[in-house]
Ligand binder design. Structure first.
Ligand code: AMP
Length: 192
């Protein structure tokens, strides 16, 4: 069983790659963004609290996302966990390490998807347009204004995790600018 973190800014391809790993390796994707959107859509108290923060592009509190993750770690572990969009702060990273240890699990790799900011803007704007073209609605935070704040949150609060996991010897950089299959092959190379 392999447990990994996919690390990278919004639009880096974390969700896309996680979905392929679930499909092909029977891993379990733990996306705190998806969990928070579900809470928001189903109108729970917590969902109401996070809606504005998420739409703006800021991070929700460590306490909320840690609560969500803690619950999932006690469930089915299948082929291992893919942490997608979590941890996003050093405090979350510390807690994740402790929670995994409690479960007798180890984190194997932290895969950093490396991309350029210009590509991110194009991908996010494209994702919003695709959602609308498919008859749905775009994510409330997939717009230029929120993206700016999400990118700043990434650089200020999340990118320090690159150094943190490098120091732990767990960091693997993957070029996220290639095709979906190219990136997938590079990730497979790390996991093999
Ligand atoms: P994502 O789908 O990963 O892009 O997450 C969407 C939004 O959910 C983020 O912009 C944050 O507002 C919130 N969020 C998701 N994961 C976290 C996390 N680990 N810590 C704090 N906020 C998060």
């Amino acid at each position: 069983m392999t447990n990994i973190i996919l690390l990278g800014p919004p639009g880096a391809g974390k969700g896309t790659q996680a979905a392929m790993l679930v499909e092909e390796r029977g891993m379990i994707q733990l996306s705190t963004g998806d969990m928070l959107r579900e809470a928001k859509d189903s109108g729970t108290e917590m969902g109401k609290v996070v809606a504005d923060v998420m739409a703006r592009g800021d991070l929700v509190t460590d306490e909320i996302v840690i609560g969500l993750i803690r619950e999932k770690l006690q469930g089915d572990k299948a082929g291992g966990f893919i942490f997608d969009g979590f941890p996003r702060t050093l405090a979350q990273a510390d807690v994740l390490g402790a929670l995994m240890a409690e479960q007798g699990e180890t984190l194997d790799y932290v895969i950093e998807l490396q991309v350029d900011d210009e590509v991110l803007v194009d991908r996010i704007v494209g994702r919003a347009a695709e959602a609308v073209a498919a008859g749905g609605t775009a994510r409330a935070d997939d717009n230029a204004e929120s993206l700016k704040i999400r990118l700043m949150a990434y650089y200020k609060q999340t990118s320090p995790l690159i150094g943190y996991y490098h120091a732990k010897g767990m960091l693997k950089g993957v070029d996220g600018l290639g095709t979906m299959d190219g990136v997938k092959a590079d990730i497979a190379g790390v996991l093999s």
